[in-house]
Design a protein around this ligand. Structure first.
Ligand code: 4G4
Length: 222
C-alpha cells in the first residue's frame, strides 16, 4: 500500500513513520510512505500556501489553488488514490474505518494548519476524517495515527508475536487483562486460571473479562 502525506512539516511525519514497525514494513516493501511538502506548490517568491480569510477574523486559511494543485498532481498518477482531509470536522475515526482504509491501494493524507482549509477544497477530496473530538495545532499527528493504524493491518506487517487477531476492537470488545512474571507482586497474584494450562478455561475467562470490562468502561461499544 502507498500512503502520501501532504504537509508543511515533512520532518514531523517522517519522525513517526521511520521507526519500529512502520520502518520494517517499508523495508519489506509492504508499505510505501511518501511525504510531500505543500510549500512546493506554494505561490510566488515566498511559496505562500495560505491567506487571510474573506469576511475578516483571526488566522489564516489554506489557499484552494495551492492545495488542489498539489492534490491534482499527486492523484494524476493513480486516479484510484483516495484523498483524505484531516480536520476536527471530519467523520470520527474508528477501527471500522481503519479496516476500510487498509483495503485501499493508495491514500493521500492532507494535513491542515492555521484556521483550516478554504471550503472549496472539500470538492476535491474523497473523505474528511477526525481522529477524535479535540483540536490539534496541525493535521500531522492525525496523519501519523492513520498511517500507523492502517499499516498494522496490512498482511505481513505484524509478526506472529504482535498479531492483531485478538486486538481490542477486532471483536468490538475491550481487551482482557494481561499478566506476566512475577507470579506475585506486593501481594497481588496472577489469577489462578491463567497459571493452570486449561486453554478452554482460559479462553472462557478472557472472554468474560472482556465483556465485563467493555460493559463497565465502554457501554457505548455494545
Ligand atoms: C483543519 C482545520 C485534525 C485542520 C483546522 C486536525 C484536530 C484534528 C486543522 C485545523 C487538527 C482531529 C488548526 C484546528 C489542524 N486538529 N481531531 N488541526 N485546526 O482529527
Amino acid at each position: 500500500m502507498k500512503i502520501t502525506v501532504l504537509t508543511l512539516f515533512p520532518e514531523m511525519v517522517k519522525c513517526f513513520t521511520s521507526e519500529s514497525i512502520l520502518k520494517r514494513a517499508q523495508e519489506k516493501g509492504i508499505l510505501e510512505v511518501r511525504v510531500k511538502n505543500l510549500s512546493d506548490w506554494g505561490r510566488g517568491k515566498w511559496k505562500k500556501v495560505d491567506d487571510t480569510p474573506y469576511g475578516g477574523g483571526a488566522g489564516m486559511v489554506f489557499r484552494v489553488d495551492v492545495v488542489v494543485g498539489a492534490i491534482k498532481e499527486l492523484k494524476h498518477k493513480n486516479k484510484k488514490a483516495k484523498v483524505i482531509l484531516l480536520t476536527p470536522q471530519g467523520e470520527k475515526y474508528d477501527q471500522k474505518r481503519v479496516q476500510m482504509l487498509s483495503q485501499e491501494e493508495e491514500l493521500i493524507l492532507v494535513c491542515g494548519h492555521y484556521e483550516g482549509f478554504d471550503e472549496r477544497i472539500r470538492d476535491y477530496v474523497d473523505m474528511e476524517i477526525s481522529i477524535g473530538d479535540y483540536v490539534l495545532t496541525g493535521g500531522e499527528i492525525a496523519a501519523a495515527v492513520i498511517v500507523d493504524s492502517v499499516a498494522r493491518l496490512l498482511p505481513g506487517v505484524l509478526g506472529k508475536e504482535e498479531s492483531h487477531q485478538d486486538d481490542s476492537f477486532s471483536e468490538g470488545l475491550l481487551e482482557y487483562p494481561h499478566y506476566t512474571r512475577p507470579e506475585e507482586y506486593e501481594g497481588k497474584k496472577v489469577p489462578e486460571v491463567l497459571r493452570g494450562g486449561n486453554h478452554k478455561e482460559i479462553a472462557k475467562w478472557r472472554k468474560e473479562k472482556s465483556e465485563v470490562r467493555t460493559n463497565e468502561r465502554r457501554p457505548d461499544l455494545t
